[in-house]
Write a protein that binds this ligand. Sequence first.
Ligand code: 2AM
Length: 173
Amino acid sequence: MRLFIAVNFNDDIKGALASIQEQLKKSNVHGRYTAYENLHLTLAFIGEYGDPNAVLDALAGVKFKPFNLRLDGMGSFGSVWWAGIDADDELKRCASQVRHALAQAGIGFDKKRFSPHITLVREPGVQVIPSVEIPNVQMTVREISLMLSERGKRSMIYTELGTVLAEDTERTV
Ligand code: 2AM
């Protein structure tokens, strides 16, 4: 199973990201766009691992406080164009706790430095990111998710396998 730990977004943030994607399309950027329901922020990428319950057990020890984030500009890693994130320090603390918990449990993950981004489009086919208006929306993050990634016919299919709530947060569903 291909697994990763992520922050999933509310419709305000996903709508804002979709509006950036629309602006890129209008500027003739024709790449592989991330589907609306797949827009997320990765905290740690585990990759192939057979025991999601062991990951959830490890994550149960992660303690973090609710934190705020908002969208902040665009950037690229080669042919991956992303939206940036401006967040409380608690985002970094949360990501490093997640990584620490995985390491303690002996669960491997991609050790690249945490560089918060939301992939919007891959292989855009042009070099320069056109200027876009970034909607001023924000969100309070109260949970993080263990995600399963599977290849669908047309795009990736991401399924939430479990969540960890921030401290002082009550489960609503
Ligand atoms: P990306 O969007 O920058 O590719 C699911 O693949 C998520 O895990 C994506 O958000 C992806 O980031 C992230 N990820 C981090 N490291 C990865 C890796 N080594 N291979 C694939 N995805 C990775």
